[in-house]
Design a protein around this ligand. Sequence first.
Ligand SMILES: *Cc1c(COP(=O)(O)O)cnc(C)c1O
Length: 407
Amino acid sequence: MTPTAAELDAADPLARHRDRFVGSESPLVYLDGNSLGRPLRVTASRLAAFVDDEWAGRLIRGWDESWFDLPLVLGDRIGRVCLGAAPGQVAVGDSTTVLLYKAMRAAAALQEGTGRTEIVIDRDNFPTDRYVADGVARECGLTLRWIEVDTAAGVTPELLTEAVGERTALVALSHVAYRSAHLADGAELTRIAHDAGALVLWDLSHSVGSVPVALDAWGADLAVGCSYKYLNGGPGSPAFVYVAARLLEGERSAVQPIQGWMGAADPFLMGPTYAPTAGIRRMLSGTPPVVGMLAMQDMLDLIEDVGMDAVRAKSRVLTGFAVERAAELLPEAALASPRDPDRRGGHVTFTHPAMREVTAELWRRDVIPDYRDPGGLRLGLSPLSTSFGEVERGLEVVREVLDGLSG
Ligand SMILES: *Cc1c(COP(=O)(O)O)cnc(C)c1O
């Protein structure tokens, strides 16, 4: 017997954290935490205090006192709490898209003159990742080698092994696939890329704050990820970039193409020409978006408090419950995510030809999942803010809507 949502909520050690989120008291069902996490209640007071105490109170002095270092202080923190990254390798700033561009260009520069001319990327990687790779390839005279993947699955070791070789410069992959939630084997795929002599860039947008990541242990070279999904940083909060320490030193170290003063050797020397500063700060370009870095600090506090392993444990049970209840309630829909919880990230997708229409009607009824082609109803289950009851109610309303369409 499948336990009921009420039983699972009663047994959930993280359930008590749910009412820390603004909106958790309302009957609205929110199943899109992987697109935009809910705000924490403490974030409202952090934002107000920032205006009064730091912005108005410190004015320009704030830069010297903390804002100048915030991109790296926060980067170290994300690295420690969520990414398995030692200090000095993560910086916050820019959008994921811009950081993908910087990281891919840095990889292309590192491989210049090696005869490696291909970027390997999968056909179902997130659109911005594919578009940026395409642009970088054209700028740098490289070509793309596509891995064809099943949209209900993702890149496996077998698929990657077939795609890489002596021409591979860079392998660019998502750790959790945005459509299917397929969870790639980070350690194994990194090893395969390295055995072929390639660099590897991980997009962690759908894993950070949901699935434990171990960049240093994998031996990853580069990574990027979003902060407004499972890190609840708010709309447009800046992304992070990871560059392995070994690529930040020596003659052939990573350099990125947007040579701004904030990543230069001495920004206040205001010298005649650009030279990248030492360390991860060189990934910065211009003035960092300090206001956008506030909210995610509250979510990092909470994740650090409960631990990523507890977050992942709940995520497995929550997505498993969605899979089982959907099989009972929505037998006509197909599971388009891995059934094996070890290969599944924090969201679940179900396909049915009517799902686009269903999603529009769900939004009108205050049940908020999202829709991804082809026919996919995608449920993003943020472990700290989503209850089993919410998943149950959401799936029941999907049932009602499907009945209404055919009736
Ligand atoms: C959400 C997401 C992005 C978003 O990029 P932005 O620049 O923030 O719009 C990029 N890549 C992946 C894999 C994502 O899931």
